[in-house]
Design a binder for this molecule. Structure first.
Ligand SMILES: [Zn+2]
Length: 219
């Protein structure tokens, strides 16, 4: 999978949320779920070279495409798991390396392509044969089986698909717009690679576009 730098029109995808799978108090916490110890360190944003930047920016603040990312601590296992919050760096890593979003096992070499599990809403807003843009990383078959039985986001309806052709497509994050009075207005937004607004986004989740895929049963 590689970044696709073309400008594209799309329907804004929903931000990802960790799969909610019962863990009996001590089972595995989804890989992309954040922990209470993983907080945002203090930061100050500036405008530098016609884009937003951190005042004390370091090379780790941007990805290989030059996109600025939200800063966050990285201490999985410390504190409490926060099942409603995605950890930005682990979501990005799962998406780039095609790791299962729950158990982090590699699933990019599965027959037929990696498996994606979407709820009905996400799927029907981007129905086949149109490409689907999603912030959800792939998932392995055992974790998918558990998720469809227990995750409330999937219980009303879901779609499983294997993608034969797909590409990184952009980011979901916080879009900063100069308001003309020296301040930056902020809003949540999904912005594709090639979009002129990309230098004004602090990314929180990586997006993938599934171009060719086959619907499959999960069980
Ligand atoms: Zn898994």
């Amino acid at each position: 999978m590689s970044a696709c730098p073309q400008k594209q029109s799309w329907k804004p995808p929903l931000p990802a949320a960790p799969m909610q799978i019962p863990t009996a108090g001590r089972g595995p916490v989804p890989y992309i779920a954040a922990w209470s110890s993983e907080t945002t360190p203090p930061y100050r944003l500036v405008v530098r070279g016609n884009r937003i930047a951190y005042a004390d920016e370091n090379p780790l603040d941007r990805d290989r495409d030059g996109v600025l990312w939200v800063r966050t601590g990285n201490s999985p296992g410390r504190g409490r798991p926060e099942f409603g919050r995605v950890h930005h760096l682990r979501q990005r890593r799962a998406m780039r390396r095609l790791l299962c979003q729950v158990c982090a096992m590699p699933c990019g070499t599965d027959d037929g392509g990696p498996l994606w599990l979407l709820n009905d809403t996400e799927y029907t807003e981007n129905p086949w044969p149109a490409p689907i843009v999603t912030a959800h990383p792939p998932i392995c078959v055992p974790c998918a089986r558990r998720a469809v039985r227990s995750c409330p986001h999937l219980r009303p309806g879901h779609v499983a698909l294997r993608a034969e052709r797909f590409a990184l497509a952009g980011v979901h994050g916080i879009l900063h717009t100069p308001d003309g009075r020296g301040r930056l207005a902020v809003e949540a937004a999904s912005v594709g690679y090639g979009d002129r607004r990309l230098p004004w986004v602090r990314a929180a989740q990586l997006l993938v576009r599934l171009d060719e895929y086959t619907l499959v049963p999960v069980v």
